[in-house]
Design a protein around this ligand. Structure first.
Ligand code: ZN
Length: 266
């Protein structure tokens, strides 16, 4: 088996491994995205809930204060009703006014906090549906990932073992070049040399279209199991059909083909 045949076998199984991994990665990314969105909504809800409880506690305290004022006022009024001394009466009346004023102020503060509470409750309520929507989406993303893993997890392990065996047949440097090319080119580690013009000795990488030096073409065309990579994209280059050199003595079949297709030689 030629080097390219080995590399092709590796590529076949490597593409399948990459395909499954990409599916897992995409499902994991989607799950992460939904978890983040849910975190944002949940965080907002927690904040609002905390604020709501703080305001509720504040209102309770203010109401307690109000009870104290009320008791004081009741007491002052009772005293006022029984007072016969005008001096004491006036003093009690003045104090009554002061406490009443304070109690009015307090009532305003309670009202303001109650309005605040209503606003917070409404805001909290408005996060109900986004929160359940995001929870549903997160759960769906989780299910998709789990499904993919249970459906393809076994297959992936099998393919990875196959891939390991295919890679073991190659020299370390070839394996490294393949992995590098595959990583850089979304799994497309191999590329056929394109003949731009044989007469002008112009060749290109079939993967990235970069021009190839004549030397690279010659080494690929020699089909001597040499590792030749495109300097631009790193893909490992191959040629299935090696054209005759221009001017070289043509075989009958090649000459016939050339005659049928005058553009073949560029
Ligand atoms: Zn290239």
């Amino acid at each position: 088996m030629s080097l390219i045949a080995h590399l092709r076998a590796l590529h076949t199984v490597d593409s399948q491994v990459r395909g499954i991994k990409t599916r897992f990665d995409n499902a994991e990314d989607a799950l992460r995205r939904h978890e983040l969105k849910l975190d944002v909504v949940s965080g907002k809800r927690r904040d609002l809930d905390k604020q709501t409880r703080q305001v509720q506690a504040m209102i309770s305290n203010l109401e307690l204060e109000d009870t104290t004022f009320k008791e004081r006022l009741d007491h002052l009024r009772a005293e006022l009703n029984t007072s016969s001394n005008p001096k004491i009466y006036n003093a009690l009346r003045d104090e009554l006014k002061v406490v009443e004023g304070k109690r009015d102020e307090l009532a305003e503060r309670i009202m303001a906090q109650m309005e605040n509470l209503e606003k917070l409750k409404k805001e909290l309520e408005s996060t109900d549906s986004p929160s359940s929507d995001q929870t549903r989406l997160r759960d769906m993303a989780k299910a998709t990932l789990q499904e993919a893993k249970s459906e393809l997890g076994g297959r992936l392990a099998e393919l990875e073992a196959q891939r390991g065996r295919a890679a073991d047949l190659l020299k370390e440097e070839v394996r490294a070049a393949f992995d590098d090319a595959a990583d850089k080119n979304e799994g497309e580690a191999l590329a056929e040399v394109t003949i731009v013009s044989l007469r002008h000795r112009e060749f290109a990488c079939g993967g990235c279209n970069a021009e190839l030096p004549l030397d690279a073409y010659s080494r690929v065309a020699a089909q001597a199991d040499q590792l030749v990579t495109c300097l631009t994209c790193g893909r490992i280059l191959y040629m299935d059909q090696i054209p005759d050199r221009p001017g070289a003595k043509k075989t009958k079949v090649a000459a016939k083909e050339a005659a049928l297709d005058p553009d073949q030689l560029g």
